[in-house]
Design a protein around this ligand. Structure first.
Ligand SMILES: *Cc1c(COP(=O)(O)O)cnc(C)c1O
Length: 830
């Protein structure tokens, strides 16, 4: 009994990814294998690799056994404790949210991510666990994940794809009630594809991952889940079929019945079809009813700021893979399915857009920052012809990061002292005021500690990289200095992120870095997608720059940007740089990771920074306008970047009081930490999604699902009536009079064969100064004599704007419908 206990408890701890943000178990792993632990931070690997003798020795140590059982006990107890969700929603209709994403960046021990999108998903699950929001994640287990980067001496990037051995990943096979491995299948043309299912424990939550590498499969199908964002469009399509259709079936097999499906980007959009299909099958209704019931339970989060960023598939490819599914499972024509992914349903050449399918299959849509929602409304406007941009139904929830994942040990203890142990698990309403009470010296001490750690790490990592390339590693020991202002820049190398902005005028950058009185050091990292040649050229330009003898000690490029490296960089950097072309950074998250560590941001006014920036919390680049990829503007912004560094950042950092503290710098740190850390946390994001979307979606879905979708049927009848009769709706005369500070509008509307309760007549005025547009419902008056279904409508509005600003319009109306998302007819007076 005793003999088994220790390995079992260790496995329980090692398999819970909570260990990547709750550091209390770390001493256990470093006792087992300090070297492997330091190298990988992968408890499961440490445990798998440990010798039996080692475990037996530890098992014989009563102190170790006690520590272990204490840790496990604490962990189990904390899972049972009610958290924010139970307090905020004691009687909620929300039992389960299924969150679908192509990638998850939870831990370097589970490399199934590429970058930002995965990061958002991973941090989101962690925060949902902290708050006990009932979410299950669904994703894919890639045999190779995303590529790893090696840099040659001449700066050429090489891509490697090492194999993910499931036995060494912190995942366990999903078993059925009999304890057998769960096996699931979906049909691709002609053949069945077997899928294996894995589960990942993320604190309180489970993430389920599917993979197709089952020996029973045809060789081609075994490779469906080989690489993330690799291969061509056929591979991508099959991956998305596995994610959406396979993912929903897996939940069904496990008896999980989510009220809400959250699509993290359009990749997962096939789930809307499969969810509708399963409602059809269970309730013996048609596809349209199934879709109309289930869509209000689906939420689509778009992450892309350009329409070209959406996945689109050739109609022939969709037809090859989905014609039979449409016919036999959904019982609709393929053309109907294709129409769901098109702007113009009748254009047979138009590709099938996953984002459009998501719009047609969801009850709500959101972008990932305020600015990104504005951009997304523009992108999706084409699906709502004649509706103003401002009314295109895209809201926003700005991304956030999981604070406990990104804080350094020193930051953790400073915040714990100031704000208590549970500060990131509740409402965080006193966090800002508490951190403001921390003394200057303590804040400055945090920076010094974190910077020193980074300097050590950079030296050690650089030495390894130089040695691997056959260069002399000794120089690594003389790079960087613990008291020098440290800038960090790490992200995907792709044109819109302009990673070479700082290289615009290399000599000016050299002067900044090597100023003897006020030196600056810079650490850079980032991968370019193997197909992105300009991205690789920018990697090379940086590698060559840092090899210059005059800057070797001040600028370092570290290869293979990943979660472990990101953690070190965001903890150690004094200033984080970000230079995207507005508005192409939908949100951006790496800058949020420095906040908890007292790092400051200097960034383009784009994505999250466009709403976070004020002069008290950091520095802004750009004029808040869009300039496309105009080289002249890029050059002007590069100059501005140098100037902000020279005139403001560097003086703030090096102007010290008699205690050696840079008071202005620390003031900015304090404001940034107090205002921004809670606001740009995943804790805030999870609560906002729950309050704004999940709670409503669950209620709406339950209502529509009642009586086998009866209300959805009435909605469909209403839509059919609108479709049939809308062409007959028209306006008659309009009269406007003004008196006593009011405009009185009178308009005649002929409704054809529609009844007055099926539509609304409104007065609309465009917004001024970015405010919300004005909408007034007009009151239905008497029937017009001699005409059927024609009425006078009237409204009174304040005369603060000219009468010409207002336009009457007819829009669809149904108490249960989301307009214009579900019904986008509209008729304007002129
Ligand atoms: C945070 C993170 C990203 C995303 O950062 P952006 O600012 O959105 O570019 C990408 N890759 C890694 C490894 C990260 O940790």
């Amino acid at each position: 009994m005793r003999d088994r206990e220790t390995p079992d408890l260790l496995a329980e701890l090692a398999l819970d990814l909570r260990n990547c943000w709750d550091h209390t178990t770390h001493s256990v792993w470093s006792k087992i294998d300090p070297e492997l632990w330091a190298l990988t931070h992968n408890p499961w690997l440490v445990l798998q690799t440990a010798s039996r003798t080692k475990i037996e020795t530890l098992n014989a140590d009563p102190q170790f056994r006690e520590q272990l059982s204490e840790l496990v006990h604490r962990q189990r107890e904390s899972l049972k404790r009610p958290a924010w969700f139970q307090q905020a929603y004691p009687d909620s209709a929300l039992g389960c949210v299924a969150f679908f994403s192509m990638e998850y960046a939870l831990s370097e021990a589970l490399p199934i991510y590429s970058g930002g999108l995965g990061n958002v998903a991973g941090d989101y699950l962690k925060a949902a666990s902290d708050l006990a929001v009932p979410i299950v994640g669904v994703g894919l287990l890639y045999q190779q994940g995303y590529f790893r980067q090696i840099i040659d001496v001449d700066g050429t990037q090489r891509a490697l794809n090492p194999y993910n051995d499931p036995g060494q990943l912190p995942v366990s096979p999903v078993r059925n009630a009999d304890g057998d491995w769960l096996r699931l299948s979906i049909n691709l043309p002609g053949h069945k594809v077997w899928l294996r299912a894995w589960q990942v424990q993320v604190g309180r939550l489970k993430l389920y991952l599917l993979d197709s590498n089952d020996p029973a499969n045809q060789p081609a199908y075994r490779g469906i889940t080989s690489e993330l964002y690799g291969g061509g469009s056929e591979l991508r399509l099959t991956q998305e079929l596995v994610l959406g259709i396979g993912g929903w079936r897996l939940l069904h097999e496990l008896g999980i019945k989510p009220e809400v499906c959250h699509l993290n980007e359009g990749h997962a959009a096939f789930v809307v079809l499969e969810r509708a299909r399963s409602f059809m099958a269970e309730n013996d209704v048609a596809f349209d009813v199934g879709l109309n019931v289930t869509r209000v339970g689906n939420l689509f989060t778009t992450h892309t700021p350009v329409a070209a960023g959406f996945d689109r598939f050739a109609p022939s490819l969709i037809s090859g893979y989905l014609a039979r599914y449409a016919r036999e499972q959904l019982q609709i024509d393929l053309s109907r399915l294709l129409a769901l992914g098109r702007e113009h349903p009748d254009d047979h050449d138009e590709p099938f857009s996953m984002a459009y399918l998501a719009v047609r299959g969801c009850g709500a849509i959101n972008g990932v920052s305020r600015l990104h929602a504005v951009v997304s409304r523009r992108i999706f406007q084409c699906l709502f012809p004649r509706w103003p941009d401002a009314e295109v139904p895209v809201g926003h929830v700005t991304n956030g990061v999981h604070t406990p994942t990104w804080d350094s040990a020193a930051a953790d203890s400073l915040w714990t002292k100031a704000c208590g142990q549970d500060r990131w698990r509740g409402l965080m309403d006193t966090v800002g005021s508490n951190i403001r009470c921390v003394a200057d010296a303590e804040l400055w001490e945090l920076r010094a500690t974190n910077r020193l750690e980074l300097v050590r790490y950079v030296r050690q990592r650089l030495a390894t990289e130089l040695a691997a390339r056959g260069e002399e590693p000794a120089i690594a020991q003389s790079v960087f200095d613990p008291n020098t202002l440290t800038l960090g820049f790490a992200r995907r190398f792709t044109s819109y992120k302009r990673p070479n902005q700082l290289l615009h005028d290399p000599e000016r950058l050299v002067r900044i870095l090597t100023n003897p009185d006020r030196p600056v050091q810079l650490v850079i990292a980032g991968k370019a997608h193997p197909d992105d040649k300009p991205g690789q050229a920018m990697v090379q330009a940086w590698v060559r720059f840092v090899q210059r003898p005059d800057v070797r000690r001040r600028a370092v490029f570290l290869s293979d940007y990943d979660l472990l490296l990101a953690e070190r960089l965001v903890q150690g950097a004094d200033l984080w740089l970000n230079t995207p072309r507005r508005p192409w950074e939908a949100s951006g998250t790496s800058g949020m990771k420095v906040l908890v560590n007292g790092g400051l941001n200097l960034s383009e006014l784009d994505g999250w920074w466009a709403e976070a920036y004020s002069p008290e919390v950091g520095w802004a680049l750009g004029d808040g306008q869009e300039h496309g990829d105009d080289p002249a503007w890029d050059a002007a912004e590069a100059d501005a970047l140098y100037e902000i560094l020279e005139q403001r950042v560097i003086p703030d950092f090096y102007t010290r009081d008699h205690d050696g503290i840079p008071t202005r710098w620390v003031l900015t740190m304090r404001e940034s930490m107090a205002r921004l850390t809670p606001q740009f946390s995943a804790n805030r994001a999870v609560r906002e999604y729950t309050d704004k979307y999940y709670a409503d979606a669950a209620t709406a879905y339950r209502e529509r699902a009642r009586d086998r979708g009866k209300s959805a049927q009435s909605l469909l009848d209403w839509k059919a009536a609108l479709l049939q009769h809308w062409a007959d709706v028209r306006f008659g005369d309009l009269q406007v009079t003004t008196s006593a500070g009011k405009h009185h509008f009178q308009v005649q509307a002929y409704l054809g064969d529609l009844t007055p309760d099926q539509v609304r007549v409104e007065l609309y005025a465009q917004s001024r100064d970015g405010a919300h547009p004005l909408r007034y419902q007009m009151t239905q008056g008497n029937p017009l004599p001699g005409s059927a279904k024609a009425f006078g409508y009237s409204a009174e509005v304040p005369a603060s704007r000219a009468p010409d600003d207002y336009t009457p319009r007819v829009v669809p109306w149904h108490p249960a419908a989301r307009i214009p998302l579900e019904e986008s007819h509209i008729l304007w007076f002129r």
